[in-house]
Design a protein around this ligand. Structure first.
Ligand code: PEP
Ligand code: MG
Length: 867
């Protein structure tokens, strides 16, 4: 075993002469120069406690450069440090990194314990206490400092025999007796802690928690306040907040005749507050308890944080050893921030900054309890957050039947298609074998707030035999219970333990503060009245994208839609559209009503028509029956509509140009709904958006007809209204030609799902198959359907916005692809001067908070904002 103890260093006289002992350490007093960046958060926090006049034992801080020097072979003057504490003091050494989340080596207590100290303690505290304390020190020294095998030092008899055994084992392993010199002990402890910090595992662990590669460690050496003595003596931990709910509540434990965090780990600890279940510190020592509560309040007020305080009582004397930020759930974190701001302890801006935007999604959906057991049988892309448990179903019909029986179900499909929409509405969660972040299941799942995993490509799905085989061979059948964790992308066997959602009053308050701060608008993508209501409830400033085709998948409309598709003549088509008109008018009227004067941007029909046709023989037969046509004809027509590459085929504005009656009907429905709403006294300015544009002429053609429909509706109803016509930029050519396209558009909205697909030439529905490998191999830094590719697609956004605005300075520019809800994309769009982002309703709260963070941390030149 390599030994590098203080004694060894002294023997290496040359080394000591070369590197004189360092004298850079600082006694923590109210006025000493202690900085978080130099000495770490714990040293700074202890200085604050000292300044608050709390009974903190004497403490010395070692700066990060000193600790680094120790790790590389130098040593600090340990005798000089020990002199600060007076003769025969015992000390503890604790890590003090710049950020408490970065962890650090284990605290070592009772440094300085030796035979002489042991003898003394036998007199003052009795044999048992002296043996116990010495043994514990030898154990932690052997394991953490000398790095001996823990097996030899654990499970020993806690009395004299165990102590002898431990000292013997130490000597045997180290070829020298246990060190008696306190300065040597301290030096070895400092060295081992410094080096532990430099180790690869520790570095990777802290980097995973966000620490920079060069993160440094400070150390604090503190006089031990023993929780052992004749009078009331012991140690404990107290906090004033429930770490899960954030409610105010005294929590913690106290254990007589103990030290460190024994009260939390050993039996016999008592409650802090009076409690029917057993004795408490409040009963035992009411004055000390009251003093602790007072100190807790001082900490909250002055440290501006909910702290957990580690304390000892030695013969009735209270000492505060340490205070750390209370570990907390996302829900508690939000509640704590709001309460601190309401109590005037922090500003509302600080409260907003203290809550991570991504943490909000945990509050909107039930979550799998991270403490509970997890039996994962597959992993895929975490496409829509939240968790749900239910019985497996393999078809939309089975999902609907399950919902009708009141049984939650998880819809498992190879991939979903528009005809699965009703099944998705009925399911509690969705799991698909294929697909990526913007595949149908993912987009609809997020829209509905439905937990969803896509691209679980190691599953083998046999929908005919209705079974699912996991990679490890486990087979699941229809009716088996599973849990979908859409937050992590893991599917679990059985019903996992869950935490409920928490959109409480504090949640709403924080977002109201965020809205006062942010400077980019947040709208929602909402297709149905239910979506629109969710969008409003979550504080969206309007609807940025209403995908009207989703309205046609309801059973009653689908038949009419199919009739329209199968119409032989323009007259027949017009008749079918005439039947769709009132349905659409009602849809739009409901949206206008729910949104109550907020802008509603309606995208005209986008998908290829054949998506509305059945894909199975059985479905075709049903359709033939419904249309009263021969099966052969229906099949032939359906086949004729099929395309080799439908996403690049007859869809979007191309349909609008080739079959203009569809857009005419939609425009009429929008304008008539506008008139009805205006007549009810509510203001509406509808926005109409043309999808998949690639040329100016497409916009001209559609605009001419829509203007004509508007004029006709105005004339017929005698009601005047305005509308705004805009273009969805989702082909690279539309971005490049945005200058001329903007001649006819009041707004441009970037559809980054298709734009990403077309910029990369990468199918958004198939990307899941290789995306993991691509990201792992570093081909893409991230899934570009998930995180906006700012270099490529982003350049098209910048170019399109700039060219469009050069034509029309008042052009409204926005993004409505799924990226719209990501904090990174919001930052990009905000810097590019976009007016708003639009995202799934359930992502609106996160987007509002992220936008406020950006406004606080990245000031921009002031601009007018749609709110
Ligand atoms: C897009 O392409 O970015 C978009 C929002 O439209 P959809 O997802 O409906 O194709
Ligand atoms: Mg699109």
């Amino acid at each position: 075993m390599a030994r590098s103890g203080y004694a060894a260093l002294i023997q290496e006289g040359a080394a000591v002469q070369k590197h004189d002992l360092l004298t850079d350490f600082t006694h923590i007093t109210p006025t000493a120069h202690i900085a978080t960046s130099l000495h770490g958060w714990r040293a700074k926090c202890l200085q604050r406690l000292v300044r608050l006049d709390l009974p903190v034992p004497q403490t010395v801080a070692l700066s990060a450069p000193t600790v680094r020097a120790i790790a590389s072979g130098q040593m600090v003057d340990c005798r000089a440090i020990l002199q600060v504490f007076g003769a025969a003091a015992l000390v503890s050494v604790r890590p003090s990194p710049e950020n408490p989340d970065w962890g650090g080596p284990a605290t070592i207590l009772n440094v300085g314990f030796n035979s002489a100290r042991h003898r003394l303690m036998v007199h003052t505290h009795g044999q048992a206490a002296a043996d116990m304390l010495f043994l514990r020190f030898v154990q932690s020294y052997a394991i953490h400092v000398a790095r001996l095998d823990p097996d030899m030092f654990e499970g020993l008899d806690p009395g004299a025999e165990g102590l002898r055994e431990a000292l013997r084992a130490y000597q045997q392993e180290m070829d020298e007796p246990f060190p008696e010199d306190p300065a040597q002990q301290l030096a070895d402890v400092l060295r081992s802690m410094s080096r532990a910090w430099e180790g690869t595992t520790a570095r990777l662990l802290r980097q995973a928690k966000g620490a920079p590669a060069e993160a440094a460690l400070g150390l604090v050496v503190q006089q031990m306040a023993q929780g052992l003595g004749q009078g009331i003596s012991g140690s404990g931990v107290i906090q004033f907040i429930n770490p899960v709910t954030g409610d105010r509540q005294v929590k913690g434990r106290y254990l007589g005749q103990s030290q460190g965090r024994d009260a939390l780990t050993q039996g016999g600890a008592i409650y802090l507050t009076r409690d029917k279940r057993g004795p408490s510190l409040e009963d035992l020592a009411p004055d000390l308890f009251a003093e602790l509560v007072r100190q807790g309040e001082v900490c909250r007020q002055r440290l501006r944080e909910e702290m957990q305080i580690e304390f000892t009582i030695e013969d009735g004397q209270l000492a505060v050893l340490d205070a750390v930020k209370v570990q907390r759930s996302s829900r508690a974190g939000l509640k704590i921030a709001v309460a601190l701001a309401r109590d005037g302890i922090i500003s509302t801006a600080d409260a907003v900054l203290r809550v991570e935007p991504r943490a909000l999604s945990e509050l909107l959906h039930p979550q799998v309890d991270p403490q509970g057991p997890r039996d994962v049988f597959t992993r895929g892309i975490a496409a829509s957050p939240g968790a749900a448990t239910g019985r497996i179903v393999f078809s939309s019909q089975a999902a609907q039947a399950s919902a009708a029986r009141g049984e939650p179900c998880i819809l498992v499909r190879r991939e979903t298609a528009p005809e699965d929409i009703r099944g998705m509405h009925s399911a509690s969660g969705v799991l698909t074998e294929r697909g990526g972040m913007t595949s149908h299941a993912a987009v609809i799942g997020r829209g509905l707030g439905l937990p969803c995993i896509v691209g679980a490509s190691d599953l083998r799905l046999d929908s005919k035999d209705r079974k699912l085989t996991a990679r490890d061979g486990r087979v699941f059948r229809e009716g088996d219970i599973i849990t979908i964790d859409g937050t992590t992308g893991e599917a679990l066997v059985g019903a996992a333990e869950m935490l409920p959602p928490a959109q409480d009053e504090a949640f709403r308050q924080l977002l109201t503060w965020a809205d006062e701060l942010r400077d980019i608008g947040i709208r929602a993508n909402a297709d149905t009245p239910a979506d629109a209501q969710t969008a409003r409830d979550f504080g969206a400033a309007g609807i940025g994208l209403c995908r009207t085709e989703h309205m046609f998948f309801e059973e009653d409309r689908l038949v009419v839609m199919r009739e329209m598709i199968f119409a032989d003549t323009p007259k027949d088509r017009a008749a079918a559209l005439e039947r769709l008109l009132p349905i659409q008018r009602k849809d739009f009227g409901q949206l206008f009503e729910i949104m109550h004067g907020l802008p509603v941007c309606i995208r005209l029909f986008d998908p290829p028509l054949h998506e509305f046709l059945p894909h199975t023989r059985e479905g075709l037969r049903d359709l033939a029956e419904a249309l009263a046509r021969p099966l052969s004809e229906v099949t032939r027509r359906a086949e004729a509509l099929a395309e080799f590459n439908p996403m690049l085929g007859m869809r979007g504005v191309r349909l609008g140009v080739v079959l203009p009656e569809i857009y005419d009907m939609q425009a009429r429905a929008i304008f008539e709904a506008t008139v009805e709403t205006v007549r009810k006294g509510a203001p509406v300015v509808p926005e109409i958006m043309i999808p998949l544009v690639s040329a100016r002429r497409e916009v001209e053609l559609v605009k001419t007809r829509i203007d004509a429909v508007a004029a006709a509706v105005r004339t017929k109803t005698g009601v005047s209204f305005d509308y705004r016509l805009g273009v969805m930029v989702e082909t690279p050519r539309a971005a490049l030609r945005a200058g001329e396209i903007a001649q006819h558009a009041a707004f441009l909205s970037f559809g980054t799902n298709d734009l990403t697909q077309m910029t990369y030439g990468l199918s958004r529905d198939d990307a899941g198959r290789f995306m993991n490998t691509y990201v792992q191999e570093g081909v893409f830094p991230e899934d570009p359907f998930h995180i906006l590719d700012v270099e490529g697609v982003g350049e098209l956004l910048l170019m399109g916005a700039e060219r469009g605005r050069r034509t029309r300075s008042d052009l409204t520019v926005s993004i409505c692809g799924e990226h719209g809800g990501n904090p990174e994309s919001i930052a990009f769009c905000r810097r590019a001067g976009f007016d708003y982002v639009s995202c799934s309703p359930y992502r609106v709260p996160q987007a509002r908070l992220a936008a406020a963070h950006l406004a606080l941390t990245e000031p921009l030149v002031q601009k007018a904002v749609e709110n």
